[in-house]
Design a protein around this ligand. Structure first.
Ligand SMILES: Nc1nc2c(c(=O)[nH]1)N[C@H]1C(S)=C(S)[C@@H](COP(=O)(O)OP(=O)(O)OC[C@H]3O[C@@H](n4cnc5c(=O)[nH]c(N)nc54)[C@H](O)[C@@H]3O)O[C@H]1N2
Ligand SMILES: Nc1nc2c(c(=O)[nH]1)N[C@H]1C(S)=C(S)[C@@H](COP(=O)(O)OP(=O)(O)OC[C@H]3O[C@@H](n4cnc5c(=O)[nH]c(N)nc54)[C@H](O)[C@@H]3O)O[C@H]1N2
Ligand code: SF4
Ligand SMILES: [Mo]
Length: 732
């Protein structure tokens, strides 16, 4: 037995784990008490890390579908099958005949951070889709317009704030998102312990809401009204105070004019939050010395998602809390560098459009809500082949019943995924990456959203065995993606040539092309990390700044390296054409007008929202016994008043129907959901034929995305609407 330290790769909190390890498996996992960021915190998912990586249902060899059945083959056979399936098809129908879908775990792997972008380039298709358009795309778009770059997203400085307003987030169970904060619950309690307050706005009384100083119910999809009501009050009561941002903001008068139509009485009628509470929130935000507004997925997965995400930061700006300790701030990750001085090009969308419904490209991708259209609709540019990496769109995207049928019509499909699940069952070839314990880990995605700057790298716990030594051993995900790049380009003799090419590119981009011999690292991802970190904000600049960060220094510090509290970054970080925070662009002004003209949602219409549980992670962790045992969690929560009206009692089966589909769910009567709102978690529905998830099959649940509607989207970002879905409910 030995001890190994490793960052948990399962959610955005990036906790340090202390693993007890035998020769070939993780025997126990607990929080790493010496970790500079998580200080010993762990949740039930991190604690079952060993069971997850040791899951007997995990694929360890590639699968190829023969006569409708998936059979194990060697890696060479699998890549030959990919080549045979893909190359002629792309030659005949063109590059756009291939669609790519990138799922959430790409944000949690080094391969996702380093090899996915080159793979998309190699594919040369415009049909790129990802979990971003069922998640945070509105925040990218609003940040792009405000600050000039879609990744310039401010995070709440929760360790120093006095007052935090949380909308549409439940970090007590999700552990936070677009705000990496290990032990989010502990950090929220610390606000209260130092005399501060936090308020939660949510249609459901979540665990976060229970611990809050105040919880306000809100009608799903109506946060934009509430936030506009706050903006209106800030102007109306003379509470606007830019503080240090004065001179760095343009567009204030336009925002004042837009907000004029959203008086507290008007917004109260639309969102259900009383007018006096709207005014009071504005006053608390303006009068607290340090205040922050934080909105997350409940504010994104709605029809006015970009407008809502924008309003969150408009308030942070108008109260002078953006880029200020205790407000919302911009992290500086170790693998990145501060920007060059001066304005930038700004943010634009629409370099191309989706073929069938004409949606603009955003951040290089198209809305996943239109993927089925692209597969089903004949004509030039029709999608005929599909590549998924770490995604389960058959469960996680809207009207997934339709998408599931469309996947069955494809001519060829490849999935890079460790499970044969609801999506990969359609694949002709499944390429399973090594388990997390056999790969290194660095959070390229999340360190840029951390509420305190820090860096950590974890080496593989079990060094991978080459498939030439043991044919049943997997290959690293970077090698899988490199071999896909070979197939897609036809340009490289082997995976090593791809790795070498990317390393040369990275060195050139960093300005250290001459330092090739100084690069360290056992694997290709590690070498790219070394280049990024050494040329990054805190790096040793390949010896120019002795004592600076490098892969070597990260390896010497298995509990991570603390890089201090967040620092102000305005104006360096602003890359809009004017070099200011552009508070009001025409796209958002038009959205505000659209909201003003929109019919106020009918109060008696039943609407569906989702629900995350501490022991789930989207769709893919229901095969770990410890995480699914106990009471059935896939229930339809119904408010007692609605239950009485619909003649439903606790434990009944109900038929739930939307424009998109219909399903049967077990009813749980609870006043945790507000009247006219019902809640069903997503990521369930594991009873489809061809799936190899033996534990999940015993607790299948139902797929809530059968009900969500692919025809309604947030127009500015292309994001799906997954909350506030109109439904009819009948007892069975
Ligand atoms: N109704 C509703 N739908 C939702 C949401 C909601 O709130 N409500 N939430 C949305 C959100 S926020 C998200 S992010 C999406 C998630 O949507 P997806 O990313 O499509 O789905 P996941 O369930 O995260 O599936 C992850 C897949 O990655 C595989 N995987 C796990 N680890 C690895 C790895 O290391 N490498 C590779 N290659 N594969 C791996 C798993 O086996 C699984 O197939 O769901 C969205 N869908
Ligand atoms: N345990 C667990 N942790 C996870 C995940 C998981 O599946 N399980 N998924 C991970 C992923 S991929 C992500 S993106 C993050 C998401 O992290 P969070 O954003 O914290 O996600 P949720 O827990 O879904 O919280 C969203 C809240 O919004 C509420 N809501 C719904 N509609 C509205 C609305 O219109 N207005 C308002 N104000 N609220 C609304 C819901 O009731 C819910 O409580 O979690 C991550 N962490
Ligand atoms: S909170 Fe997230 S990172 Fe921390 S142990 Fe749980 S799943 Fe892992
Ligand atoms: Mo997500």
């Amino acid at each position: 037995m030995r001890t190994a330290y490793r960052t948990c790769p399962l959610c955005e909190a990036a906790c340090g784990l202390e693993l007890t390890v035998s020769e070939d498996r993780v025997v126990a996992a607990r929080g790493d008490r010496d970790h500079v960021f998580s200080h010993g915190f762990v949740c039930p998912k991190g604690a079952t890390f060993g069971q997850l990586t040791g899951d007997p249902d995990r694929l360890r060899q590639p699968l190829v579908r023969r006569d409708g059945r998936h059979v194990e083959v060697s890696w060479d056979e699998a890549f030959a099958a990919v080549e045979a399936g893909l190359r002629p098809l792309l030659e005949r129908h063109g590059r756009n005949a291939l669609a790519i879908y990138l799922g959430n775990p790409n944000a949690h792997t080094m391969a996702g951070g380093l090899y996915v972008t080159p793979m998309i380039k190699a594919a040369g298709t415009r049909n790129v889709f990802s979990a971003s358009t069922v998640d945070q795309m509105p925040k990218h778009v609003s940040s792009g317009y405000l600050f000039g770059h879609p990744l310039t997203i401010p995070v709440p400085d929760i360790d120093r704030t006095d007052f935090l307003l949380i909308l549409g987030a439940n970090p007590w169970e999700s552990n936070g998102s677009l705000a990496t904060a290990a032990d989010f619950p502990g950090r929220l309690k610390a606000i209260q312990a130092r005399g501060g307050r936090f308020v939660v706005v949510d249609p459901r009384r979540t665990r976060t809401a229970e611990h809050a100083d105040e919880h306000l119910f809100i009608r799903p999809g109506t946060d934009a009204y509430l936030l506009f009501g706050i903006v209106h009050t800030l102007f109306d009561e003379g509470l606007v105070n830019l503080r240090d941002l004065a001179g760095h903001v343009t567009g204030i008068d336009q925002v004042r004019a837009l907000a004029a139509g959203f008086g507290p009485d008007k917004v109260a009628a639309a969102c259900g939050v009383p007018a006096e509470r709207v005014r009071d929130l504005a006053r608390q935000l303006a009068l607290s010395d340090k205040a922050a507004v934080y909105g997350r997925i409940g504010t994104c997965t709605v029809e006015f998602g970009t407008l809502t995400s924008w309003l969150v930061d408009v308030i942070n700006v108008l109260t002078g809390n953006l880029d200020r300790p205790g407000g919302v701030m911009f992290p500086l990750a170790a693998h990145l560098r501060p920007s060059a001085a001066g304005p930038g090009k700004g943010f634009t969308v629409g370099r191309w459009h989706s073929r069938v419904r004409g949606f603009p490209e955003v951040k290089g991708e198209l809305p996943v809500a239109t993927l089925a259209d692209e597969i089903e609709t004949p004509g030039e540019g029709q999608v005929r082949a599909f590549l998924t990496v770490a995604g389960n769109p058959a469960l996680s995207t809207p009207n997934s019943g339709r998408l599931d049928r469309a996947l069955g019509e494809l001519e060829f499909m490849v999935s890079v995924d460790p499970y044969l699940n609801e999506t990969t069952r359609h694949a002709d070839v499944v390429l399973p990456p090594l388990e997390a314990t056999s790969k290194g880990h660095f959070d390229f995605s999340f360190l840029g959203f951390a509420v305190r700057n820090f860096a950590a790298y974890s080496p593989p716990v079990f060094p991978p065995v080459s498939p030439s030594v043991s044919p049943s051993s997997g290959i690293d995900e970077c090698d899988i993606l490199a071999r896909l790049i070979m197939v897609l380009t036809g340009a490289f003799p082997d995976a090593d040539a791809v790795h070498e090419h990317l390393l040369t590119q990275a060195l050139e981009r960093s300005g250290f092309a001459q330092s090739r011999d100084l690069v360290r690292g056992d694997g290709p991802a590690e070498r790219l990390l070394d280049v990024a970190v050494r040329s990054g904000a805190y790096g040793d600049q390949f010896g120019e700044r002795p004592g600076g960060l490098s892969l070597e220094r990260l390896l010497e510090n298995p509990h991570g390296i603390d890089l201090g509290p967040l620092q102000p970054r305005v104006p360096e970080i602003l890359k809009t054409p004017s070099g200011t925070i552009e508070l009001c662009v025409p796209q958002l002004a038009a959205e505000a007008d659209r909201l003003l003209a929109a019919p106020v949602p009918a109060e008696e219409q039943l609407v569906l929202i989702g629900r995350r549980h501490l022991r789930s992670n989207n769709s893919w962790m229901h095969n770990v016994p410890a995480l699914v045992k106990g009471r059935d969690r896939c229930t339809l929560q119904v408010n007692p008043a609605d239950a009485a009206r619909l003649a439903l009692t606790d434990g009944d089966e109900a038929q739930v129907t939307s424009r998109a589909g219909s399903l049967t769910a077990r009813v749980e009567v609870t006043d945790r959901v507000m009247p006219s709102v019902v809640s069903l978690p997503h990521g369930w529905g594991h009873s489809l034929p061809g799936v190899r998830l033996s534990v999940a099959a015993e607790h299948p649940g139902v797929n809530s995305n059968v009900l969500t509607d692919e025809l309604v989207i947030d127009p500015l970002s292309g994001n799906s609407v997954l909350n506030g879905i109109p439904v009819d409910i009948k007892p069975l």
